[in-house]
Design a protein around this ligand. Sequence first.
Ligand SMILES: NC(=O)c1ccc[n+]([C@@H]2O[C@H](COP(=O)([O-])OP(=O)(O)OC[C@H]3O[C@@H](n4cnc5c(N)ncnc54)[C@H](O)[C@@H]3O)[C@@H](O)[C@H]2O)c1
Length: 318
Amino acid sequence: MAIIVTGAAGFIGSHLVDRLLSGGHEVVGVDNMSRGVQENLEQAFANPAFRLVEADLSDSDATLAVLGPGQRADIVWHLAANSDIAAGVADSRIDIRDTFLTTHGAIEIAKATGARRLAFASTSAVYGDVPVPLSETHGPMLPISNYGAMKLAAEGLISAAVESALAQAWIFRFPNVVGGRATHGVINDLFLKLRRDPEELEVLGDGRQKKPYVHVSELIDAMLFIVAHGGDDRRQVFNIGPHDDGFDVAGIAAGVVAASKTGARIRYTGGDRGWVGDVPRVVYSVEKITRLGWRPTMSSEQAVGRAIEEVAAQWGFV
Ligand SMILES: NC(=O)c1ccc[n+]([C@@H]2O[C@H](COP(=O)([O-])OP(=O)(O)OC[C@H]3O[C@@H](n4cnc5c(N)ncnc54)[C@H](O)[C@@H]3O)[C@@H](O)[C@H]2O)c1
């Protein structure tokens, strides 16, 4: 039976597709290509066990029409979302459509294909701006961006679906995820800025924002581990992250400039956060996933270092 991956042409989705295909699974990707690109799926397209359904998942009827009536699936991995937090602050319709309504669409796809399991890419942004180690049972949940708000609402929709359509659901709260094929995020943004101006690198905020980072390869390891070993609880919520308190933006900017070999000077715009909705300091508890028996091999700094090399190659700096 097939595995459905929404957001398949995006950064994390395309890596997940490759991993599932290499495990011998049949995979159906769903993406409206608003941010996803065909190149991310080059490897997948070479495999006859893969097909891509191009559709807007916020319109579940339209997506089901393209998917076709005969498609059966075992599990839906729901990764499609708006990944531009600042865009969603400027126009709240974006997260309602691409983060919330796509979740409704993913549940409808699960129902129509007979998939009784759903795994969801949520985020630390659901917690809001809270200066304490965030555990999965933290409350109240008060997000400070529309993105975080719609992810939290999406978690609620999935929890409710477990009562009716789904047998089991996993909610993974990601930290910042880094690696090659990135479509957004601080490393990607800094390299793109250097392409436009190799002499001066503008960095949003004061450089002291410090967050946990996980490499995309380890994020996928963790999710597959939890689905395989997390037990029978019907609703499972897991933080996924490194065993440290993160890495700062100044360190990332220095690493990007070094890898670019531009020698650019760095200019900070100032202030403790990069944009409205940015959470400058995230402290994550990863006790739950550690108790289950999974831990990453890379620290935040190592994950960032590896991602800088990969994104430098992606944008032609090496
Ligand atoms: N990258 C991170 O650091 C990070 C952190 C926390 C959570 N997440 C979550 O992980 C998931 C994947 O993120 P990513 O970094 O790969 O982002 P991405 O933007 O590269 O991938 C998201 C994909 O969803 C697709 N999409 C958006 N709206 C759609 C719609 N209406 N219909 C169909 N497809 C649509 C986009 O085209 C894109 O390919 C997202 O849900 C994101 O919120 C990512």
